[in-house]
Design a protein around this ligand. Structure first.
Ligand code: NAP
Length: 548
């Protein structure tokens, strides 16, 4: 699927800001921005994330499936713009004045986390002369939730890794994968060797339902299920008992839709994706025939995006229905989510596929040793019991505390102002400590949201550098590499990741899939040609000598 602008475009460029791959033209500042009839989406580059559609204030962006017949010439209109105006510039930075360091100055920045927030920050910083980036991930593989969160049947969205990869391969970016800051190295140790650190570690825990029975066997966090089917090494040995014919998903966000779709669609539809092999086998043997997606409020409050809802309703082999007594109040609404939900057929007791239910607030999860029922309460106080042994809580991710950094327990984030981590007592910024992504703003937004988010953090960091508010490291990069090498037996560099990537793609090609993921840390590390040897942290591709 791709998105396109069909007409009625207001050219306010809200979509340009949020596009993760910079595929919308013309942008403010381009020569034809003021004269173009509308903005255009490059179909070759669009990764199908839907961020532009959500940002568009006038609903002019449509998924290709939704384009009515009389507007189908929009495909040609969008494509021909790019034939006549090939993209001469490509950037993972939002369109702002390019940054420069004062002539001759240098800065060394550590970034922790290689998900979208970390990769955007690395891309934005590394395009500036004089900047050196050290990029850390605790796994041997980069890209965070793009690899371990984006659903396997959303292959196009994963194309963003190609753009991120170009940034990570730059000569002023040094990758330290399989290195956990906070365990292998303290934050302070990293700071001794860098001018600044950006924490972009994401949200690696879950919100709690806080109802009785939540911890019974059979009640799972959607985050863990997603990580499992995507082959995240922390979750590859989990087991999910899929012997229930009915599964209940609690939550009305995009993760709830992903989980429902993966459970409900025929497993063979996933066999040509990069889903983890263990998950494919389990899904092939799954007994689940009905997935009930429950929202505690009405569909008008759902947080799933309309592009995702629309594509769910078109998933091959999956009937999607709703209980119409719970949706009829939407009749006068014109927002896309409401209209899509209203268009769904009535559910029946024996309906398979995915059923949307609304106004069901979870009260308890009941069972002796494991889940047997979920008890919901309607707005009028009436209780409803759904019998199932399989429940997924898709109620949101939550940030985890970072050793030695302040933490906001209420929000599950690092306390910060525009990306500057602050001491919550005094409100003063911690010198040289920044954050970006979900650990900064909470678990909201799509991949492209991090483009602007990281740019704000990078801006704050460079402003502090220019104002002399950072403490310069006094060491050479070699000293830091020696320190890392003394703590971590096998540091995975960017070229090592390329070897892993190649091995996964080759194995995938043999099986007719885009890649066959390696899901255990040991097997990932063994794939690297130098595996078995203690690998000193020789620079990935950083220039000799590094910064002083
Ligand atoms: P989310 O969008 O915050 O949705 C959480 C859902 O859980 C909401 O419907 C919320 O309902 C509900 N909820 C929270 N507490 C609850 C409780 N105690 N009982 C019942 N329901 C409860 O979170 P998410 O789905 O985990 O997604 C996280 C982020 O990742 C989002 O920004 C999402 O768009 C993004 N994402 C994007 C994609 C994609 O673009 N394809 C895919 C996956 C994730 P209330 O509104 O009533 O609180």
């Amino acid at each position: 699927m791709t998105y396109l602008i069909t007409g009625g475009c207001c050219s306010d460029a809200s979509c340009v800001e949020v596009c993760p791959v910079d595929c919308i033209r013309p942008r403010p500042g381009d020569v034809d921005f003021l004269t173009a009839e509308q903005l255009y989406i490059d179909p070759e580059t669009c990764i199908d994330c839907g961020a532009c559609q959500d940002a568009c204030p006038v609903s002019a962006v449509q998924s290709q499936w939704d384009v009515p017949d009389d507007l189908r010439d929009s495909f040609a209109v969008n494509a021909s713009y790019f034939e006549e105006n090939p993209r001469d510039h490509y950037s993972l930075s939002p369109d702002r004045e390019p940054h420069h360091l004062p002539h001759g100055s240098t800065i060394r920045v550590a970034i922790v986390g290689t998900g979208p927030a970390g990769c955007y920050a690395a891309a934005q910083l590394s395009e500036i002369d004089g900047v050196e980036v050290s990029l850390f991930d605790r796994l041997p593989t980069p890209f965070g939730l793009v690899r371990a969160g984006v659903a396997p049947d959303h292959a196009k969205t994963k194309l963003i890794t190609e753009s991120f990869g170009q940034a990570l391969a730059r000569s002023n970016v040094s990758c330290y994968f399989n290195v956990e800051v906070g365990r292998d190295l303290a934050v302070d140790e990293v700071l001794e060797h860098h001018d600044a650190i950006i924490w972009a570690g994401g949200a690696t825990s879950d919100r709690r339902l806080n109802v009785p029975g939540e911890d019974l066997d059979g009640c799972f966090s959607a985050r863990e299920f997603v990580a499992w089917y995507n082959g995240h090494p922390d979750h590859s040995d989990c087991t999910f008992d899929l012997s229930s014919t009915t599964a209940v998903v609690i939550g009305n966000g995009n993760v709830a839709l992903d989980v429902a779709r993966i459970l409900a669609q025929p497993a063979e539809a996933l066999s040509g994706t990069d889903i983890a092999a263990h998950a494919l086998t389990a899904l092939e043997n799954s007994a689940v025939r009905k997935v009930i997606v429950t929202g505690r409020r009405g569909p008008e409050y759902a947080t799933y995006t309309s592009g995702e809802l629309a594509s769910l309703t078109r998933t091959l082999g999956v009937n999607v229905s709703a209980k119409q007594t719970e949706t009829q109040h939407l009749a006068d609404r014109t927002d896309r989510n409401s209209m899509l939900i209203l268009s769904l057929p009535e559910t029946t007791e024996h309906a398979g596929g995915i059923t949307f239910r609304f106004g069901l607030a979870p009260q308890s999860i009941a069972g002796n040793d494991s889940v047997e029922q979920v008890v919901f309460q309607h707005a009028d106080g009436e209780l409803e019991v759904i019998t199932t042994s399989l429940v997924f809580k898709a109620i949101g991710y939550r940030g985890r505390e970072v050793t030695s950094l302040p933490f906001d327990e209420t929000l599950g984030t690092l306390p910060n102002v525009a990306g500057r981590v602050i001491d919550p007592e005094s409100g003063d910024p911690l010198v040289g400590v920044y954050c970006s992504g979900w650990i900064k703003r909470g678990p909201t937004g799509t991949i492209g949201t991090n483009r602007v988010d990281s740019a704000e953090t990078v801006e704050a960091l460079l402003e502090d550098f220019a104002a002399g508010r950072l403490v310069r490291p006094v060491t050479h990069r070699e000293d830091f590499d020696a320190l890392v090498g003394s703590r971590v037996t096998q540091v995975v560099r960017y070229t090592d990741w390329l070897a892993i990537d190649h091995a996964e793609r080759s194995a995938g090609m043999a099986a007719g899939r885009p890649r066959q993921k390696l899901v255990m840390i040991e097997e990932l590390l063994c794939t690297i040609p130098s595996a078995g040897h203690t690998q000193a942290a020789a620079p990935n591709s950083a220039p000799e000598g590094g910064l002083v």
